[in-house]
Design a protein around this ligand. Structure first.
Ligand SMILES: [Zn+2]
Length: 191
């Protein structure tokens, strides 16, 4: 077998350094490197060239990965928080400003006001049962209190009044009491 030239070795060296050559080629290159200083120098240089940049580039890469991971967690958390805040605000606005429940009891109009309570205040007496309830936009004051259609959600629920007070409570089907405050009197109809 003829002697391998340095040019041939130069062509093979990158593959040899990467370790992707056959056993025969590896033996051939190794044998050449044993007695050829020039090729050996190239080989050593190539070996160090491959190793150094890889080691040098891993640290910043890891740092970048960690930083990105932290940023991602912060991003996800703030997105969730923002969504919850927006939903909460929307719910609050819808409940307290966009719509208001009103009921007419004994010639007066009561408007829902305040948070539901779990138990009835002392000195409360039962007035009767809800016959009608309106659920209207606050921006549209045209409310028909004579409507005979009962609100399915509260139909037949008992109404209580705080003695001497201007607040009445509607007991809903989940056992909570919804406070309504006196807002106006209905003009007595004279027939
Ligand atoms: Zn050589």
């Amino acid at each position: 077998m003829s002697e391998v030239t340095c040019n041939t070795i130069k062509d093979i060296l990158p593959l040899y350094v990467d370790g992707v050559v056959s056993d025969d080629t590896r033996n051939m290159v190794a044998k050449h490197l044993e007695h050829c200083e020039e090729c050996k120098k190239k080989y050593e240089a190539m070996k160090s060239e491959v190793v150094i940049p890889v080691e040098g580039s891993i640290a910043p890469l890891k740092h970048f990965k960690n930083t990105w991971k932290k940023k991602k967690i912060v991003l996800v958390c703030s997105t969730i928080l923002a969504t919850v805040a927006i939903l909460f605000c929307a719910f609050f606005i819808f409940n307290h400003f966009a719509y208001q429940d009103k009921i007419a009891v004994n010639g007066a109009i009561y408007t829902q006001k305040g948070e539901n309570i779990a138990s009835l205040p002392a000195n409360s007496t039962e007035l009767g049962y809800l016959r009608s309830i309106t659920h209207n936009s606050t921006s549209d004051p045209s409310i028909d209190f004579t409507a005979t259609n009962l609100d399915e959600k509260y139909a037949g629920c008992p109404i209580y009044q705080l003695e001497g007070g201007q607040t009445i409570y509607l007991e809903d089907y989940s056992g909570f009491y919804i406070p309504f405050e006196l807002t106006e009197y209905i003009a007595q109809q004279e027939n």
